[in-house]
Design a protein. Structure first.
Length: 341
């Protein structure tokens, strides 16, 4: 091997990067003591950006494609090195590659319940988790703010910071959205959109772009979950108070049966008594309403005796079980029998 052949091997003719694994955001091309040959070829693949740094200063940025490195293709570097004519000798610069593809399925979650303010409930404690995806959008900003001169900078190095940003902005996202918490809890897509709106500018400050944000689960305190369940149930019956009483009674009867079957004691009997009274009131009110409607239409004779008797039998069962007193039963009985006169 001749001396000239040895010297030529100290120059870099081709600069390129193929990712050997997932999760790398920035990678420095290995220079050692070698220099870049004038006219060398730079290959930047789709989903990559290459950045030249000369003596600590960011110079030229290259997008996807094949580039021949000359003073024409390196205008900023040419200016920094004060080349007043076409250079012919090799030059030395640090070259960094950045992956601009999506970094998907990044996890986030609340290790401990967090407290947020809500206009309906005041303070609410919740747990939530989901995932998000992001990419490097501004290689120069990401280099100066985050990755710096490290040989390799990966997603794992940034993971804690990004998770912290998500948790820090949950409260602000809900407050700025103006959406009641129960609506957010019932619609996780709205919650995710509110988080995205709040977080996108924070990612931009780091040279990143937030692509997607999902909320996969939202856990509420038990008391608040009961309120949400009741709201859903009421949505099925609307604002009709009679239907609301029927809904409440339907909710209470299974609890009464369970308590009675397991010897629930005084507390269980009290719950059952309340459910039975509500049921008796609903039955009586519904029948009375129907009878009054018939009377107002001049068709009292149209009231069927068997309907009245069936209602009396039901009321009699409630009296037998001790849910209605004798006086209450007698009053209802007299009221119903008058309708048949």
């Amino acid at each position: 091997m001749g001396l000239m052949d040895f010297v030529k091997k100290q120059f870099i003719d081709i600069i390129a990067w193929t990712e050997d694994s997932d999760g790398t955001l920035a990678w420095r091309f290995p220079m050692a003591d070698m220099e870049i040959q004038n006219g060398a070829s730079l290959t930047v693949r789709e989903s990559q950006v290459a950045l030249f740094v000369n003596e600590g200063k960011v110079a030229d940025v290259f997008g996807p494609g094949t580039h021949r490195l000359t003073t024409q293709t390196l205008p900023v570097l040419t200016y920094l090195k004060n080349w007043d004519k076409l250079f012919e000798s090799p030059f030395k610069s640090d070259v960094y590659f950045f992956s601009t593809r999506q970094q998907i399925d990044q996890k986030w979650g609340t290790p401990q319940p967090i407290t947020i303010r809500d206009k309906d409930f005041g303070a609410v404690r919740l747990r939530a988790f989901g995932n998000f995806s992001f990419r490097v959008a501004d290689a120069k900003l990401f280099y100066t703010e985050i990755s710096g001169t490290r040989e390799r900078y990966g997603v794992n190095d940034l993971d804690g910071q990004l998770r912290g940003l998500v948790l820090q902005n949950i409260s602000n996202a809900i407050a700025s959205s103006g959406i009641p918490f129960l609506d957010l809890a019932a619609n996780q897509l709205v919650f995710a959109q509110a988080l995205t709106t709040q977080l996108a500018p924070e990612f931009t400050k780091l040279g990143l772009q937030l692509d997607t944000m999902t909320v996969q689960n939202l856990s509420l305190p038990e008391d608040l979950q009961k309120v949400l369940d009741q709201k859903i149930g009421m949505g099925m019956v609307g604002n009709d108070m009679a239907k609301f009483m029927q809904y409440q009674t339907a909710q209470a009867i299974p609890k009464f049966a369970e308590s009675a079957g397991s010897g629930g004691g005084i507390a269980g009997d009290a719950m059952g008594l309340g459910a039975g009274v509500a049921l008796g009131q609903v039955l009586a009110q519904n029948l009375a309403g129907g009878l009054q409607g018939a009377a107002s239409n001049g068709s009292a004779a149209g009231v069927k005796a068997e309907d009245v008797m069936a209602t009396l039998e039901k009321l009699g069962e409630l009296k037998t079980k001790g849910i209605l007193t004798q006086d209450e039963f007698d009053a209802k009985k007299a009221e119903l029998l008058k309708k048949l006169v």
